[in-house]
Design a protein around this ligand. Structure first.
Ligand code: ZN
Length: 289
């Protein structure tokens, strides 16, 4: 099955979700619970596109499940792998940098309408940001100190998608703030220097991705509580420069989130790859009927 070409999209603008669905469970629901004849169940199932919730939820419910195993069994009915289909979903953030590549991609799939579904959902920048953060958290290994650099890179990729970040992070050992810099970043040997505001924002991302309620978050500056992080940002002039005059820490936190997440409405386009699903439905029906 040909992989979708997503190379036209800037990094950090697509969140990928994968879920397994058990066709034995689906056939069971359609024939036993709903009472359809196998033939009608088959044509219903072939047309079926799960909801965004079902496709992207971190906690799957029947007939969906997640597994990293090579030969998983359905957790609900114990069906073997040949009964399982994979559904890949790509959530594309709408916006200036993604509109053109998205239209091009959707156009290229137009002839395969039953193989791909596009679901448009109204959302906002804040939720899209937390989805991104959630995906980032899952991809990081917090036992490996490298995660701090990986989280920083992911944020910079999101912030400045046109820059060649893989190259800038190649062989990198540390990220430091530099008040000498007027804007952006500068690589020097194995160190990457960021302007203090950008550095502070990357600390905020590290905090958010690793925070636990009792102990604060882990950052390039060690463990920081929200209070300590805010104090640091105030001292560095970040709050003043961004017109944040609130004194309550949670109010300040909200404003800081607006800075890193952006605010306002946003459209999300969920592209559902149904190819494997349809293939499997066909082969399973052949053995079922
Ligand atoms: Zn099952």
């Amino acid at each position: 099955m040909k992989e979708l070409d997503l190379s036209g999209f800037p990094p950090g603008t697509i969140t990928e979700y994968t879920t397994l669905v058990c066709l034995a469970c689906i056939f069971d629901i359609f024939t036993k619970q709903i009472g359809l004849a196998p033939r009608s169940a088959y044509s219903e199932i072939k047309r079926y596109t799960p909801t965004v919730e079902e496709l992207t939820s971190r906690k799957a419910v029947r007939p969906f499940f997640d597994s990293d195993e090579k030969h998983p069994r359905c957790p609900y009915c114990n069906a073997a792998k040949r009964w399982h289909a994979r559904l890949d979903t790509y959530a594309i953030e709408g916006g200036k940098t993604t509109d053109a590549p998205r239209r091009k991609l959707v156009k290229s799939l137009e002839k395969k309408k039953d193989q791909f579904a596009v679901i448009e959902v109204k959302s906002d920048r804040r939720s899209a940001f937390f989805d991104w953060l959630d995906t980032l958290r899952i991809s990081l290994d917090f036992g490996d100190p490298e995660w701090l650099l990986q989280a920083t890179r992911a944020y910079l990729e999101r912030k400045a998608p046109k820059q060649n970040w893989p190259m800038l992070f190649e062989g990198l050992r540390t990220v430091r703030p530099s008040s000498r810099l007027e804007e952006g970043w500068e690589r020097d040997g194995s160190r990457l220097f960021l302007t203090p505001p950008l550095y502070n924002e990357s600390l905020l991302i590290q905090y958010l991705v690793s925070r636990s309620h009792e102990h604060g978050g882990r950052t390039l500056e060690g463990r920081l509580t929200l209070m300590e992080l805010i104090r640091r940002m105030r001292k560095g002039g970040y709050l003043e420069a961004h017109g944040i005059s609130a004194t309550d820490q949670f109010e300040i936190f909200e404003k800081l989130l607006d800075e890193v997440a952006g605010s306002g409405q946003l459209k999300l386009y969920y592209l559902v790859d149904r190819r494997q699903f349809i293939d499997k439905v066909k082969s399973v029906y052949a053995s079922y009927a």
